[in-house]
Write a protein that binds this ligand. Structure first.
Ligand code: IMP
Length: 207
């Protein structure tokens, strides 16, 4: 699918952000992906849907509700940081799965694939545990920023190189609960004024 344009109400912060993908488009994408995945696993043991914390939680919740088969749900938390200017990015597991995935069908549920480093690490770590099958479903693909090529079996939207918040994704821990997906046009300004989007998103509650 391709993202559509949207607009937020008039506000002096409006120019900093715009709706990239509406809640209706997100719901449609979840319904389509839910059906696609259900068909693949119909008649098999329930697949394990692995949510990557925290960004994928809203997508995972909508996706599994759009599936017409039983599934198991588990979570992982990953941290990644650049060890140094000329050094590779280090990815490590902060919270591991509770399920043994050996012999099971596993679906990694990602919010966004950007450089591809996180997903490359995850796919390697999980495939070493010998699942029956391993797939990835991502809501967003920012392929213009890819550093390492990585396999993506299912993808809802290809997006341009913009920073996004909402529908699970954050900026410094904020704005995850916006029901629409927003593109931040003025990231430096948001960094200076972290509450900049409160008014356009949540009706201007000051505090
Ligand atoms: P990658 O390892 O560069 O592919 O990073 C993927 C992770 O970076 C995602 O799971 C997000 O947590 C984060 N990320 C990348 N781009 C964005 C964005 O535009 N908004 C919010 N988080 C992002």
């Amino acid at each position: 699918m391709t993202p559509g344009d949207g607009s937020l109400g008039a506000s002096e912060a409006t120019g900093s952000v715009e709706i990239l993908i509406t809640r209706e488009q997100l719901a449609t994408a979840c319904a389509e992906l839910g059906e696609e995945l259900s068909q693949i696993f119909e008649g098999s043991e329930p697949p394990i849907m692995v949510g990557v914390l925290k960004g994928s939680t809203l997508f995972l919740a909508d996706l599994v509700r759009a599936m017409s088969i039983d599934v198991a749900v588990d979570f992982m938390a990953i941290s990644s940081y650049e060890a140094g200017a000329s050094q590779p990015t280090v990815v490590r597991i902060l919270k591991d799965l509770e399920n043994d995935i050996g012999g099971r069908d596993v679906v990694i549920v990602e919010d966004i694939v950007d450089t591809g480093l996180t997903l490359t690490y995850l796919r390697k770590a999980l495939s070493e545990r010998r699942p029956r099958s391993l797939r990835t479903v991502t809501l967003l693909d920012k392929s213009a920023r890819r550093i390492v090529p990585v396999t993506l079996e299912h993808r809802a939207f290809e997006i341009p190189d913009v920073f996004v918040v909402g529908y699970g994704m954050d900026f410094q821990g904020r704005y995850r609960n916006s029901p629409d997906l927003l593109a931040v046009r003025d990231l430096p300004r948001l960094a200076n004024e972290p509450r900049l989007l409160d008014r356009p998103l949540f009706g201007g509650r000051d505090g």
